[in-house]
Design a protein around this ligand. Structure first.
Ligand code: IMP
Length: 175
């Protein structure tokens, strides 16, 4: 059990389970993109740990670039998607794999997918560590999903509660 700010979180998914699943996703991506050189587009801040564990297991020549969005205030979605740091990579005719920590309402991802499609890529797929199907407010199609979870707030492995918890090496859920 851990306390962050005013809330208590309990252990949810252990590190070995997370990293075992990341290895499986990396193997799928390596197979699916054989003879291709994809661009991984990492959504900061939350996806930094998932992305680093995923890309180092992918046996492909690839490029990695970053974008930063903000859509959350404490533990509730603001419903507003704000871009903070833009795309600076040419994605024309490239196979893009977006790496996200969690798809909750789907608003962030659907805004990002639209933006990426406008840049004329060859293909766009999504790899997300977590997905809360019951929270989805707009359709998002994910090719690679680590874990489908209940609609509960989680921290750890890159995800924070009001700035804290990103460095935890496993996932915790609100008690
Ligand atoms: P969406 O736009 O509602 O899908 O939210 C996407 C972003 O909200 C994610 O990239 C996370 O940064 C944040 N988020 C959503 N659910 C959680 C959670 O359970 N814990 C921490 N952050 C979350």
């Amino acid at each position: 059990m851990i306390n962050i700010h005013d809330k208590t979180f309990v252990p949810f998914i252990p590190n070995a389970t997370i990293e075992g699943r990341i290895s499986e996703l990396a193997a799928l991506i390596t197979k699916d993109y054989e003879d291709h050189c994809p661009v991984f587009l990492v959504v900061l801040n939350g996806a930094f740990l998932f992305a680093s564990e995923l890309v180092k297991r992918v046996g492909l020549s690839c490029e990695i670039t970053f974008i930063r969005f903000s859509s959350y205030s404490k533990t509730e979605s603001t419903g507003e998607v704000k871009e903070i740091m833009g795309l600076d990579q040419d994605l024309t005719d490239r196979d893009v794999i977006i790496i996200e920590d969690i798809i909750d309402t789907g608003l962030t991802m659907s805004a990002l997918v639209k933006k990426v499609h406008a840049l004329s890529p060859k293909s766009v797929e999504i790899a997300t560590l977590l997905h809360k199907p019951d929270a989805l407010k707009t359709p998002v199609s994910m090719r690679y999903t680590g874990f489908e979870i209940e609609n509960k707030f989680v921290v750890g492995y890159g995800l924070d509660y009001d700035g804290i918890g990103r460095n935890l090496d496993c996932l915790y859920v609100l008690a």
